[in-house]
Design a protein around this ligand. Structure first.
Ligand SMILES: [Zn+2]
Length: 670
C-alpha cells in the first residue's frame, strides 16, 4: 500500500535525522575484560551504583523497568479510583479493586472475617460426600483443593478444546522439597511446618491442634509429591499425553465423585479429556480412603489460609511472606503496598487495566517496528533451516511448514476480556479477589468442548515477558516488553535486536527446541522428523544439556542441564537468529554508526548482556535450580555468547579466553 510505505519512509527519515541511542555506557564495568566475563563487563558498572534492594529476589536492569511499569499502572488505577464509572466497566473494576486493596485499615479490621464462612463450611464436613462438595466449591474459587480441571487444546486435534485433569495441592515449590534429604530441602521442610503452625495459630487454633493439623497437611502433600513426575520428566510432552474418557477417569479414581464435580463446573462428560499424571490422580484417590476426614479438613483449611494470605490482614500476609518471600526467595522486606496491589490488579483484571496501558504507552509505530523485527527474525529461522547440513530435504520441508504457520501476536489482544459477572466493591477486598478468581476459572472451563479461540492471550498486555505456545504455534509479545531497555523507539536497531529481538528469537526457537520439535505445524503432538534427522537434532541438544550441567549457582549446586535445555536452546537460537537478522536488515543500507566508541555488533551483544544479566539471592538461586527451567540470568549471557564466533570477532577475543569455547566444544543448532 502506497500510504503505508510513505508513512514508513517519513518514519525512517525522522529516525535517522537524529542520533540514535546506543546502550547506556555508564552501565559497563570497563575494569573487566569482556573476553573473560562478558556479563560482568556489560552490567558491572550498573551494579556498583544500584545495589540490590531488600525487596528483590533477583536484580537486573530490567527490574527497574518493571518498577516503572508498575508505577504507570498505579497512575492508571488511581485515575480510575477518582472517576465515577458504570458498574462492571474496566475503570470501575480496576479503580475499586485497587482501592479496596490499598485500604489496609479496612482489611486489618476485618481480620479473618471474610474467610470465616468458608472455614465454617469446611468445619461442618461430616462425610466424604461433603468433603467432595467442599473440594468442588474451593476449586470454583480458584483454590488448590487439590482437584482442578483446566481447558487445553487437544494435542491430537488442536482445533478443539478438551478438559485437562490436574491434581495440585503442594504448598512447597516442587516434589523434591518433600522427598529429598539434602540439608537445603530439609531446612525448607522444617520452615514450612513452622509456617503452617503459625498460620493455624493466627486462625485461632491452639498449639497442639496446629501441630496435628500441620502434620496432616505434610502427610497428604508428601503422598501427592511421591506420585508426581519430576520436572525433568514433565518436560517430555509424550509423558503427560493420556487421552482418557469420563468412564475411564471414574475407574482411575473411583472414590471421588466426578459426576458431581463435572456437573457443578459445567464440564461436558462426552468425548475425551487428558489426564497429565494418572499416578497422581490415583494417589489422590487412595488418600480419600486412607486419610481421615479430620486430616482432610485440616488440609482444606490450610489451603484456604495459605491461598488467601495475601488478601487478608497484615499478620497473615506477613507470616506468608516470611516463608514464601524470605525462606524461599531470600527477600528481606515486602514490596510497598501499592506495588503489591498493582500486581494483584494486573493478575486478576489484567485486560481491564491493560487496555488503558496500551492506549497510553504503546505507540503504533513501536508496535509496527517490533513486528518488522519479529518478521525478520522468523525469516532468519527459515534461512537457517534451509542451510542446515545435518537435516534432509524431507524434514526441512516440514520444519519450514511449521515456521510458515507460526502466528505472531504483538502488544495486546484484538478482543478484550469483559470480566462479565465480576463484582468489585471498594470495601470488600477478599470478596473482590474471589469474584475475579471465580471468573477466571469459569472463563477457562467454558472453552471445553468448543473450537479453539486463537484470539486469547495467556499474558496481560503490561507484562514484561513473552511466550511461545507449542499447541497454538504462536509467539506472543505483550506491550510491557516493548520499552527500554528491551526496546527503545529512539535506539539503534542493534540494541533492539540485541534485547527484545533476542527474546523474540528465543520464543521462536522454542518451536524447534527439544520439546517444541515434537509438535507439528498445526500444534499436534506428532513426529515430523525422519529418524536420522531427529537423531542429529538430539545430539545437538545434548551438547547444550552438557554445557549447562557444568554451570553452578554455588559450589556443589549445579544446574540441572536437562531441566534448562529448552530455555538454553531458546537463548542460543535467540541470540544467533537475532544477530543474523540484524546484520541482514542492514544489507543495502550500510552499517549503523559506531556510537560512544562501540561498533553496532558490540552494541548488539552489550544490549543482550544488559537485557539478560541478573543477580539472584542465594535462597532464590537454590529454589530456581530445583524449579525453574530458565538458567540464571548470568548464564543466559555467558551460555549463548561463549558459543558464538561472531561475539569473539566483535570483541577481538582469542582462543584461551574464558568467553571463547574451543571450536570442537561449541554448540550450534539454528
Ligand atoms: Zn523460554
Amino acid at each position: 500500500m502506497r500510504f503505508a510505505a510513505c508513512a514508513l519512509l517519513v518514519c525512517t527519515l525522522s529516525l535517522s535525522a537524529q542520533q540514535l541511542r546506543g546502550v547506556p555506557v555508564e552501565n559497563l564495568d570497563r575494569s573487566v575484560n569482556p573476553c573473560n566475563d562478558f556479563e560482568a563487563f556489560a552490567v558491572g558498572g550498573w551494579r556498583k551504583t544500584h545495589p540490590m534492594p531488600e525487596r528483590q529476589a533477583t536484580w537486573a536492569i530490567r527490574s527497574v523497568t518493571q518498577d516503572d511499569t508498575w508505577a504507570r499502572l498505579r497512575t492508571i488505577a488511581e485515575d480510575d479510583m477518582k472517576k465515577t464509572s458504570p458498574k462492571g466497566s474496566p475503570a470501575q473494576l480496576t479503580g475499586d479493586f485497587y482501592g479496596a486493596c490499598m485500604d489496609d485499615a479496612a482489611i486489618n479490621s476485618a481480620g479473618l472475617k471474610p474467610l470465616e464462612p468458608m472455614l465454617h463450611a469446611v468445619d461442618s464436613i461430616r462425610d466424604v460426600k461433603a468433603l467432595n462438595a467442599a473440594m468442588v466449591t474451593m476449586a470454583a474459587m480458584g483454590m488448590d483443593a487439590p482437584v482442578g480441571e483446566g481447558a487445553t487444546q487437544d494435542s491430537h486435534d488442536t482445533t478443539k478444546m478438551i478438559a485437562e485433569i490436574q491434581i495440585g495441592g503442594l504448598g512447597m515449590p516442587d516434589r523434591d522439597y518433600y522427598l529429598r534429604d539434602e540439608a537445603r530441602f530439609k531446612h525448607v521442610r522444617e520452615e514450612y511446618m513452622e509456617y503452617m503452625k503459625k498460620m493455624y495459630a493466627l486462625a485461632g487454633e491452639n498449639a497442639e491442634q496446629a501441630t496435628t493439623d500441620s502434620a496432616a497437611v505434610m502427610k497428604i502433600e508428601t503422598a501427592l509429591a511421591q506420585a508426581r513426575m519430576s520436572r525433568v520428566e514433565l518436560r517430555d510432552p509424550k509423558a503427560t499425553d493420556h487421552p482418557t474418557t469420563f468412564a475411564e477417569l471414574k475407574t482411575l479414581a473411583p472414590h471421588y465423585d466426578w459426576d458431581a464435580d463435572f456437573k457443578a463446573k459445567h464440564i461436558p462428560t462426552t468425548g475425551h479429556m487428558n489426564v497429565g499424571q494418572p499416578k497422581v490422580v490415583q494417589a489422590f484417590d487412595g488418600l480419600l480412603t486412607s486419610v481421615s476426614l479430620a486430616e482432610w479438613k485440616a488440609y482444606l483449611r490450610w489451603h484456604l489460609l495459605d491461598g488467601n494470605a495475601a488478601s487478608l490482614a497484615d499478620n497473615f500476609e506477613e507470616t506468608s511472606f516470611a516463608f514464601r518471600g524470605t525462606v524461599l526467595s531470600g527477600t528481606k522486606e515486602q514490596r510497598p503496598r501499592w506495588q503489591r496491589c498493582v500486581i494483584t490488579t494486573d493478575r486478576m483484571l489484567g485486560e481491564a487495566l491493560g487496555h488503558e496501558y496500551v492506549d497510553r504507552y504503546l505507540p503504533p509505530e513501536a508496535k509496527a517496528r517490533a513486528r518488522t523485527m519479529a518478521v525478520n527474525i522468523v525469516n532468519e529461522l527459515k534461512l537457517s533451516i534451509q542451510t542446515r547440513d545435518w537435516m534432509t530435504a524431507e524434514t526441512k520441508t516440514k520444519a519450514l511448514e511449521k515456521v510458515n504457520a507460526l502466528n505472531i501476536k504483538i502488544g495486546y489482544p484484538d478482543k478484550w476480556k469483559t470480566y462479565e459477572g465480576v463484582v468489585v466493591k471498594r470495601d470488600t477486598f477478599l470478596e473482590n479477589v474471589i469474584s475475579a478468581r471465580r471468573y477466571s476459572v469459569r472463563d477457562d472451563l467454558q472453552q471445553i468442548g468448543k473450537p479453539v479461540d486463537r484470539g486469547r492471550w495467556d499474558m496481560t498486555p503490561p507484562t514484561m515477558n513473552a511466550y511461545y505456545n507449542p499447541l497454538m504455534n504462536e509467539v506472543v509479545v505483550p506491550a510491557g516488553y516493548l520499552q527500554p531497555p528491551g526496546f527503545d523507539p529512539k535506539g539503534l536497531d542493534a540494541i533492539n535486536y540485541g534485547a527484545v529481538g533476542v527474546s523474540i528469537g528465543h520464543e521462536i526457537s522454542h518451536g524447534v527446541d527439544d520439546e517444541g520439535a515434537q509438535y507439528a505445524a498445526d500444534g499436534r503432538l506428532l513426529k515430523w522428523w525422519t529418524d536420522a534427522d531427529y537423531k542429529n537434532f538430539t545430539e545437538r541438544t545434548a551438547c547444550t544439556t552438557k554445557q549447562y550441567d557444568n554451570y553452578f549457582v554455588e559450589p556443589g549446586l549445579h544446574l540441572q542441564g536437562k531441566l534448562v535445555t529448552g530455555e538454553a536452546l531458546g537463548d542460543l537460537g535467540g541470540v544467533n537468529l537475532a544477530f543474523r537478522a540484524y546484520e541482514r536488515s542492514r544489507e543495502g543500507k550500510g552499517p549503523e554508526p559506531t556510537v560512544d566508541g562501540l561498533t553496532p555488533e558490540q552494541q548488539f551483544f552489550l544490549a543482550e548482556g544488559q537485557w539478560r544479566g541478573a543477580l539472584a539471592r542465594p535462597e532464590m538461586a537454590r529454589t530456581a535450580v530445583s524449579t525453574d527451567p530458565h538458567p540464571p540470568g548470568r548464564y543466559r549471557v555467558l551460555g549463548p555468547l561463549s558459543n558464538m564466533p561472531e561475539f569473539d570477532k566483535a570483541f577481538a577475543c582469542k582462543e584461551g579466553d574464558a568467553m571463547v569455547r574451543p571450536a570442537a566444544e561449541q554448540c550450534s543448532v539454528w
